[in-house]
Design a protein around this ligand. Structure first.
Ligand code: G6P
Length: 615
């Protein structure tokens, strides 16, 4: 899982490649590297760690040349070491490739090449691919036109697995060859230059004319332009489109971390998700992008929501919201499970794929499987230029703006409010009266101010975090619509503070989890005033009876809770379908402050990546 940028044009490649790479850092950041072709031949520089390490190395010793490739890595095969970083070279050292994806049969290919006498330097699947392409390159006559293209195609015919890749070779100095299967690769077309990259953000500052390669496409770029071939029978031309360019990388402003900035953006990002989507006259929501007419919406009799990570937790809250507001049965499925499972669904089942990036491999796999079976798939997504946005039948954009911090925050609340909008829309076509619809709209409109109320407690939440910063383990409990928040609160805590944290449905604590309770293990109890409140208080007392410290997230004005809990974070009074958005903001701040107190790298936690583009 990695990011690729390649350049061939009339400018110096290095600064353009580095700039593109910085925009792809969300795809992984354990090592990076660059290769440039120039009069001296192939020059390669690789570094372990963040892209700044590579920048530092290159600032002392720049690579000159107008053709180059680079890569930011998230280790799949082989540790995050310099030697395992990309670009990988072949046995001759003249060919270099960058690769995103997984070569599943690399063991077999490695054996085949080892039997021919090749000796490998790394444990990576990409090096095997580099050797294989190099092997075919060397078998071709040096006069062969398209030698690199032919070698790439020959090698890829033997490959099982996924790849977005770019290859260059010292003996064909004005050429780069890109290929795609499963992992995205975008061609950027400029007047005297071409780019290949994992996504448009890496090229958008230089050209807005792009084409997304399709599976099995092989594109060869030289000084005269590009040429497309295919490893399948499909020889159709590329679909060229114009993208919108928003200048500037997201800035942190006065905030010390992107995560805090994004937490504090939520009053606005919620407004952006809702803007133009409330129909006050008819007390409903309007979601034009669904591409479904009222009859089709009325016919939906089951919804399957599929996603990964934080987006999955938003889907879990969405399941309760839609069932409660619209009475349509909803199931939530891990995308990684759903894509492999043969879940029975009839033709009136709607599938909704949720993803901030729109590039998560498992979520794309799930949506493709559903579409293959003829189901209509909608997307809830932030990145309008993403694969998910292109491959779904319709959907709802979040308009949350760039989310840079690896730990997702504002995307979660935007996804959740979109489920409220969907619940309202579907509900108003079924059981909800106009006055009930109005009530929901009022609750939605109250949210930005209510989120601001929670944000004002940031320093109080920091004090609580400090008090519990020596904990090795934490438990998070919530029921119904707060259950997904318990999972999300625990996920945030482990992602950025590395404290072991588990989320559970509150009542389950009696069935095993209570064995973990002791004086040193705090429990976060989500217990706003709702239908489950009394039951929650019973459970809370079961923890207190075992001397477990309790941090309650409760509704403002609830004076009784102070007697039961050791610490309380109050959230404004809200109906059960918007209250999760308020309680999650409190838990985002809790995790954030904990990570800062513990001195962790908040925006780029260890071992994680913003977007997981491998299965
Ligand atoms: C990774 C990120 C998570 C994110 C998940 C799904 O695991 O680290 O923060 O929730 O992917 O990402 P998506 O872009 O599909 O919402």
């Amino acid at each position: 899982m990695c990011g690729i940028v390649a350049y061939l044009g009339d400018k110096e490649a290095q600064p353009l490649l580095l700039e593109g790479l910085r925009r792809l850092e969300y795809r992984g950041y354990d090592s990076s590297g660059m290769a440039v072709l120039n009069g001296k031949g192939l020059e390669v520089v690789k570094k372990v760690g963040r892209i700044q390490q590579l920048e530092r190395a290159l600032s002392g010793q720049p690579l000159h040349g107008t053709l180059g490739i680079c890569h930011t890595r998230w280790a799949t095969h082989g540790k995050a070491t310099e030697i395992n970083a990309h670009p990988h070279t072949d046995a001759s050292g003249k060919l270099a490739i960058v690769h995103n994806g997984v070569i599943e049969n690399y063991g077999t290919l490695k054996k085949k090449l080892s039997d021919k006498g090749f000796q490998f330097r790394t444990e990576t699947d990409t090096e095997v691919l580099a050797f294989l392409i190099g092997f075919y390159f060397d078998t071709l006559n040096s006069e062969t036109e398209n030698r690199l293209e032919m070698a790439v195609m020959e090698a890829l015919r033997e490959v099982t697995g996924t790849y977005g890749l770019v290859a260059i070779h010292e003996d064909q100095p004005g050429v780069m060859v890109g290929a795609r299967r499963g992992s995205p690769l975008v061609l950027g077309i400029g007047p005297h230059e071409h780019f290949l990259a994992s996504d448009v953000s890496a090229v958008a500052a230089h050209t807005q004319t792009v084409a997304h390669l399709r599976d099995f496409d092989v594109v060869t770029i030289d000084r005269n332009g590009y040429r497309l071939k295919s490893l399948s029978q499909n020889q159709a031309g590329l679909e060229i489109s114009q993208i919108e360019y928003q200048s500037g990388v997201a800035e942190m402003g006065d905030f010390p971390h992107f995560m805090l900035k994004e937490i504090f953006e939520q009053p606005v990002s919620i407004q952006n998700a809702v803007r133009g989507r409330l129909n006050l006259e008819e007390s409903t929501a309007q979601l034009g992008g669904l591409n479904l007419n009222p009859q089709e919406l009325r016919e939906i009799d089951r919804i399957v929501i599929t996603a990964c990570g934080t987006a999955l937790h938003a889907g879990m809250v969405g399941e309760y919201i839609i069932e409660s507001l619209a009475h349509v049965p909803v199931e939530i499925e891990y995308a990684s499970e759903f894509r492999l499972r043969n879940s029975p669904m009839d033709r009136r089942t709607l599938v909704i794929a949720v993803s901030q990036s729109g590039e998560t491999e498992d979520t794309l796999g799930a949506l493709r499987e559903a579409r293959r079976k003829g189901h209509r798939v909608l997307g809830i997504c932030n990145n309008v230029a993403s694969t998910l946005a292109r491959e779904t039948d319709g959907g709802v954009y979040m308009y949350a703006g760039p989310e840079v911090s690896v730990a997702a925050t504002k995307s979660f609340t935007s996804q959740t409010i979109i489920f409220v909008l969907l619940g309202l829309l579907l509900g108003r076509m079924r059981f909800l009266s106009a006055s009930q619809g109005r009530g929901i709209i009022e609750a939605i409109e109250a949210l930005p101010d209510q989120i601001t109320q929670v944000l004002k407690q940031s320093s109080h939440i920091r004090d609580i975090a400090k008090k519990y910063s020596h904990s090795h383990s934490m438990l998070f409990f919530g029921r119904q619509m707060q259950y997904g928040i318990a999972l999300e609160g625990a996920l945030k805590m482990k992602e950025i503070s590395y404290i072991h944290a588990e989320g559970h449905p509150t009542a389950e604590l009696k069935h095993g989890i209570i064995a973990l309770v002791d004086e040193k293990t705090p429990s976060v109890f989500l217990c706003p005033k709702d239908g489950a409140y009394d039951k929650n208080i019973n459970n809370l007392q079961q923890i207190k009876a075992r001397k477990g410290p309790v941090i309650a997230v409760a509704t403002e004005g609830n004076e009784e809770i102070v007697q039961h809990a050791d610490d309380v974070i109050f959230i404004p009074e809200a109906p059960e379908y918007t209250a999760p958005i308020l309680s999650v903001v409190a838990l985002q701040l809790f995790a954030y402050h904990m990570a800062v107190i513990l001195g962790k790298d908040v925006d780029k936690p260890r071992n994680l990546a913003k977007s997981v583009t491998v299965p």
